[in-house]
Design a protein. Structure first.
Length: 364
């Protein structure tokens, strides 16, 4: 038994061909082949192939600069998607990298790109040279992010009908192996003792504030970008809620030591600013750069080297791992959506793994 398929009229065929910007004769031949396949398909319970017309954007001939292409993508896709402010900032930096290269002028590092007027003029050789250009002064993961952003942009432009380089032709460098920098619990206490020390040109309120920041970062594992958004009334009963990179909320907690440090700091506040941590000079919310700045000063005044606010987050995760907390719970504490991100911390607890192995294999 065969299934009869209605043959489209010549007018319908020509209309579809014009819509898809295909030669009418070629389109008619394709329709005949599809009809022959459907008619010859036996009705024996097998699933017949399904054919679906996909809407394709009409080709666009408008010439678009690299800067305008990035701006349109950011305004149409990134911002309306509700991405975090840092994600929008990241995309604008990706735009800056590409625009600087395509300007053909030396950048602030002295490296010169190639003059490219429009995004349609970008060729595979240009992408290869762009990668070489970036590799001279950016880490491998940074180069990967820049090329990934370019691929997404080209894919979006291609879907809109612009004749651009096939994004599938752009290869990406491998992820570089990250070395997690962390402190033991004793080293964290030593570092906070350095921060506690009185200093010239540092008022008592700022000193207590810096100590409280260190305690909160280590006991909660939050990011510095999340820390500076906290308000005075955010933490109740040593618990608060954070909306991280993915906009998904997660509960966070601080220790009694951190709670005590916060209370000592807040007792010195006489302002009406709602922010939990403020600049002592202007009574306004601290920035992430301000937090990083006092970490650098503490390193200069001690034997510690390259300790950043994020080091406290790494130290928090490592400490939990060493205490036997499962990796899924650690991922929840840190707000990681991907367990592979959390697994970066597993290699630092090799002494504990060896003890576990020795205990299990003792009688083998």
């Amino acid at each position: 038994m065969t299934t009869a398929v209605a043959e489209p009229t010549t007018i319908q065929t020509n209309t579809l061909a014009q819509t898809l910007n295909i030669d009418p004769n070629t389109f008619a031949q394709c329709m005949q082949i599809i009809q022959a396949m459907q008619v010859s398909m036996p009705n024996n319970g097998t699933v017949a192939p399904q054919f679906q017309l996909v809407q394709v954007a009409k080709p666009k001939t408008e010439r678009m600069t690299v800067a305008k292409a990035f701006d349109e993508y950011i305004n149409a896709e990134v911002i309306p998607s509700g991405m975090a402010a840092n994600t929008v900032k990241h995309w604008r930096y990706m735009k800056l990298l590409a625009v600087n290269y395509c300007s053909g002028e030396p950048n602030r590092h002295g490296f010169i790109g190639k003059k490219i007027e429009a995004i349609q003029d970008l060729e595979l050789d240009d992408v290869i040279k762009y990668r070489e250009y970036l590799c001279q002064w950016i880490r491998q993961d940074g180069v990967r992010k820049a090329l990934t952003a370019l691929r997404k942009l080209l894919q979006w432009l291609d879907m809109r009908g612009f004749e651009v380089l096939n994004p599938g032709f752009i290869g990406l460098p491998k992820h570089e192996k990250r070395q997690i920098e962390w402190l033991s619990r004793e080293e964290v206490r030593d570092f906070i003792d350095i921060v506690k020390m009185p200093r010239i040109n540092l008022c008592e309120q700022a000193r207590l504030r810096n100590v409280a920041i260190c305690e909160v970062l280590f006991s909660s594992g939050i990011r510095v970008s999340e820390l500076i958004k906290l308000d005075r009334d955010s933490i109740k009963n040593r618990k608060f809620v954070i909306s991280g990179k993915s906009k998904n909320s997660r509960p966070c907690f601080i220790s009694k030591r951190a709670e005590k440090a916060l209370n000592e700091y807040l007792a010195t506040r006489v302002d009406h600013c709602p922010a939990l941590f403020i600049s002592t000079q202007e009574d306004k919310r601290m920035t992430d750069q301000s937090v990083r700045h006092f970490f650098k000063k503490a390193c200069r005044d001690s034997d510690f080297c390259k300790i950043h606010p994020h080091t406290m987050r790494h130290s928090f995760a490592t400490y939990l791992l060493e205490k036997g907390v499962d990796i899924v719970s650690i991922a929840n504490f840190l707000g990681h959506e991907n367990l592979q991100t959390t697994q970066l911390y597993t290699h630092v607890s090799s002494p504990k793994l060896q003890l576990t192995h020795d205990r299990i294999m003792a009688r083998v």
